[in-house]
Design a binder for this molecule. Sequence first.
Ligand code: TPP
Ligand code: MG
Length: 274
Amino acid sequence: MNNIKYRNFQLSVVALEFALYSYYYNKEKGRNIHSSIGHEITAYLLTSILNVEDASLMLYYRSHAWLLGLGISFKEIINEIKGNKNSLQKGQGGTMNLFLHPSIIDCNSIIGAQIPIAVGAAFANKTLKKQTICVLGDGATNTGVFFESLNIVSLYKLPILFIIENNEIAINTSYSKTSAIDIKAKFELFSITCFEVSLNSGFETTSSIISDAIVLSKTRPVSIIFQLERIGAHTVSMERNFDEIINKYNLSANEKLKFNVIYEECKTLLNTED
Ligand SMILES: Cc1ncc(C[n+]2csc(CCOP(=O)(O)OP(=O)(O)O)c2C)c(N)n1
Ligand SMILES: [Mg+2]
């Protein structure tokens, strides 16, 4: 796994999100854009390692990085977010419901709603011999439907991989204030193998855990909890300090140039009328 490639991916994600920020922050106060800033690692590694064509993906509203990882262009993503009728989705999904890749079965704005859909997909994929990936936040593991779904996938040994993007916060409430047990314990309750990785685990280790989990999840339910950080506020409308976000990335001069090129490209796309 190449770290420079990952760094370039991060730059693309952050530049796209910043262009969206700059476009929507003043233009439509209150517009909900949930950025993937800080969440890049799951999208990058899973889309690099997985045989995407042979998988069904269930995503949620914080998935711009996944779309980029799947090779969807800035233009396609921005067209959909702007609500353009010429987008593949005719602008009806918007930022929270991006289905711009044939492997995406669901991309949901209702917390936890993608989970039972993933269970259904896994049920079908058991016969079709396809992979099922369900991505969700830590907050979504508190929903009733999460527990019902774990019960069913465990009972029927459905082939599914749960990816938890654990930023330990749901809007402004920390995970510890909303759950009596940790996320791993929830999976263990249903005898579902659970791997845990963090940003400190290193590329090699994390990649090999993902590869193992992908293989195991072809025949039974498996989960990976990614400990990561949401850099910035829950949505653009709540954002207060843009400089603080970009400072976290410690961009070199060369990286700043690369960032600016992508940022300007995205801003041009946003400002271009249909
Ligand atoms: C059923 C439902 N209840 C409440 C909300 C409002 N809501 C939007 S995001 C969110 C927090 C979810 O946190 P988490 O699952 O940890 O995802 P994160 O945003 O941290 O990635 C809530 C409560 C919603 N969208 N759907
Ligand atoms: Mg969260």
